[in-house]
Design a protein around this ligand. Structure first.
Ligand code: XMP
Length: 321
């Protein structure tokens, strides 16, 4: 891969920030840019770098795709507003659920999300705003995994030979593409992001859709969203790299109030990792696992089974889709 990583040891955050701000300014010139803030570390860092470079010539959107966590759009928009960065909420729920309807294959779902993001949503926003550039938070691991053929991350375009200008009508700028997650966090800290953001566990671009096996519908997203709330609440003090809930496609027989209840299965994963390239499941205390099972089966409607995944990456991946 021609792209060169800037390792954590090599990174000098202040110098990196100055260089990226300069690079964004020189590429965009007197033109304008847009970016989508998801609230993850990568897109938050890019939002701050972009605003330093371009001020109000960068317009930041939060795309409400319907597949985010509970309360996420409001939380992120208000947090960045407090940081002095206006963020416009763009409702694209109908487009995303429309594109995902009937799809069950992981790569087809990812492709549907990619096309909806880049063609439909950003295509329309670029047209509306007159911007020529899209800033996005692709990082080194995203590129590496996609190029190696592990999993096509939804935000990889040019590295796969996609000419975004021809395909979608805008150019993509990727300021943190040479950094892995720990280095992005250091840059976030140096930029003055609150710790709640720069130390946030990673969350995938395709959001909860990466955690629904089989068809992604508003109802199935609601189930995984509620289970995610519980898992994040119960595991936030573990210090683990990432923890998540996955909704399975198949049902299993359970029993409730003495009657057969053919219901849903949720799988919990909790990872120790430094860069998401490899990972080990956290050795959670049994009491924690029991509490997760009790809470998810009693609070999330329709769930009769909760499992904990004990597989390492590889051969597992962190997400299920
Ligand atoms: P996997 O599942 O490939 O995940 O082991 C590695 C890391 O990347 C995140 N992830 C994604 N992030 N778009 C993203 O922006 C994606 O399509 C995607 N898939 C996985 C995952 O949460 C983990 O941190």
């Amino acid at each position: 891969m021609a792209l060169k990583e800037i390792t954590l040891e090599e990174l000098q955050p202040e110098q990196f920030i100055a260089e990226q701000v300069e690079a964004i300014r020189s590429i965009v010139g007197s033109s304008t840019a847009i970016n989508a803030l998801s609230g993850g570390v990568d897109s938050s860092v890019v939002t701050l770098l972009g605003h330093r470079a371009l001020g109000d010539r960068l317009k930041t959107y939060f795309i409400e795709n319907g597949i985010m966590r509970q309360g996420e759009p409001e939380y992120i928009v208000s947090l960045f507003t407090k940081l002095g960065i206006p963020v416009e909420l763009f409702d694209a729920r109908a487009q995303f659920f429309g594109a995902l309807k009937g799809l069950t294959e992981p790569e087809e779902k990812r492709e549907a999300i990619t096309q909806t993001f880049y063609k439909q949503v950003f295509g329309a926003l670029v047209k509306e705003s007159g911007a020529k550039y899209l800033l996005q938070g692709t990082n080194y691991t995203d590129v590496e995994e996609t190029v190696a053929g592990v999993k096509r991350q939804h935000n990889i375009l040019e590295q796969l030979g996609i000419d975004t200008e021809a395909a979608f009508g805008y150019k993509v700028i990727e300021p943190v593409i040479q950094l892995r997650k720990p280095a992005v966090r250091l840059v976030g800290k140096a930029l003055g992001l609150p710790e709640a953001i720069y130390n946030r566990p990673p969350f995938p671009g395709p959001a909860l859709a990466a955690r629904v096996i089989g068809e992604v519908t508003p109802d199935r997203i609601a189930v995984v969203r509620e289970a995610t709330e519980i898992v994040e609440h119960e595991l936030k003090t573990t210090g683990a790299f990432q923890y998540l809930a996955i909704l399975h496609a198949d049902k299993v027989t359970g029993v409730r109030a003495g009657k057969r209840d053919y219901g849903l299965q949720v799988e919990v994963r909790c990872w120790e990792s430094s860069d998401a390239q490899t990972g080990q499941p956290t050795r959670l205390p049994y009491e924690t696992l029991e509490r997760l099972a009790d809470r998810i089966t009693s609070e999330v409607s329709g769930v009769v089974s909760v499992t904990y995944n004990i597989t390492r990456k590889p051969p597992s991946t962190i997400e299920a889709v």
